[in-house]
Design a protein around this ligand. Structure first.
Ligand SMILES: *Cc1c(COP(=O)(O)O)cnc(C)c1O
Length: 370
């Protein structure tokens, strides 16, 4: 955006050691299972190439949402197999999959027809997605045997991995057991004991992950690589580390009298004389506009709170209490989330999830490698 020259001191620091640390923990929990490093959406906002490089020796393959993301990784030089989690959107993608060893998910009839009628230089490894209850993508149980047989008999296909996705892996929802049971039924129906994949990060961390046949499983690991444990039920054996630290400088400081309001809409009013810091980050950078009054930020290792509405390029923070313990100056850097402030906490204050905050850090925020 600026030919690599950045004067504005707002940036996202990406910690490759943290990515590696988290990948090692995933590996440890997954045991003999194979690991799919999920790096869709530009590596959850961290930079797909940075993440791919950091985790490549800890995972067995990568996964992205669609083929353009996979092509970008090949063009950057990565040789690993890449699963396309949404599969192909047109038959024109199939020869590219064959050429580059992209492994498309097959979740509906048009995708199946395209593969069956294609003439490819090399056969594909495909992932057959079963709808076990989430009702977003995949084949109903009644179709799976037929589709599985068709793929196995197809000369364009060299292997089929059965997969499904939990709708509630982060909680103890009753649908989890039902989805697990349905997936087991699929394995029985298709007489498949190997090449199975149902667990995401939350399922891996919690007991949802079926450890009875670990080597037959592929774990699809996303958010935990980036340092957030999505499970509300369980903790990984060691704490994960935040891979992104979002930072912005204090650009103005002012004293605001008791009773005065701050920002658009005057949505916050000072109930005491207050020191207000204006920080150079806003919703155009990906800071959530719906973050409420009281959302934490970290200044000099102390927590301060967001006050007033989030603007396009700025936020306002009450640093009165911080100023009692440390000297607060223009130019001081503020952590919006990172090692000192879990992104999940900020997400909760903005009524969203860590995934959305991380993937929405915008292109005008430079990523700096730590
Ligand atoms: C994004 C995605 C994942 C990764 O999920 P996390 O919760 O980030 O681990 C796994 N499977 C599918 C199908 C996905 O789309």
């Amino acid at each position: 955006m600026t030919n690599g020259i950045h004067f504005r001191a707002t940036y996202a620091e990406i910690d490759r050691d943290a990515l590696q640390h988290n990948a090692k923990i995933a590996r440890q929990v997954a045991g003999e299972s194979r690991l799919l490093g999920v790096i869709k959406a530009d590596g959850y906002g961290h930079g797909a190439n940075t993440v791919a490089e950091a985790i490549s020796s800890h995972v067995d393959a990568f996964a992205v949402a669609f083929i353009d993301e996979a092509i970008a990784l090949r063009n950057a030089g990565f040789q690993q197999p890449i699963v396309l989690l949404e599969g192909c959107f047109s038959e024109a993608e199939l020869p590219i999959c064959a050429h580059y060893n992209f492994q498309p998910v097959v979740h509906q009839q048009q995708q199946l027809d395209a593969i069956v009628t294609a003439r490819l230089a090399r056969p594909l490894s495909v992932w057959l997605k079963v709808d076990t209850g989430m009702h977003r993508l995949g084949w109903p149980l009644a179709d799976v045997q037929r589709v599985y047989r068709e793929l196995r008999n197809c000369p364009q296909v060299v292997s089929v991995t059965l997969m499904s996705h939990f709708a509630n892996a982060d909680t103890s929802h009753a649908l989890n057991q039902q989805q697990n049971d349905t997936f087991k039924q699929v394995c029985v129906d298709t007489q498949t004991m190997t090449n199975l994949s149902i667990a995401n990060s939350a399922a891996l961390v919690s007991t949802l992950f079926d450890t009875s046949h670990p080597s037959s499983q592929w774990v699809r690991c996303g958010i935990m690589l980036y340092g957030d444990n999505p499970s509300r039920l369980a903790q990984p054996p060691q704490p994960l580390r935040s891979a992104m630290r979002l930072v912005a400088p204090i650009m103005a400081l002012r004293e605001v009298k008791r009773g005065a309001s701050v920002g658009y809409g005057s949505t916050w009013r000072a109930d005491r004389d207050s020191l207000i810091a204006t920080i150079a980050i806003g919703y155009a950078d990906g800071y959530p506009r719906h973050a409420k009054n009281g959302t934490p930020v970290v200044v000099h290792n102390l927590e301060a709170t967001l006050v007033g509405a989030v603007s396009m390029d700025m936020i306002t923070v009450d640093v009165s209490d911080v100023a009692n313990k440390a000297t607060v100056r223009i130019g001081d850097s503020v952590e919006l989330w990172g090692p000192n402030l879990p992104v999940a906490r900020v997400a909760e204050c903005a009524n969203t999830i860590s995934y959305e905050l991380l993937t929405r850090v915008s292109a005008r925020v430079p990523r700096r490698l730590k």
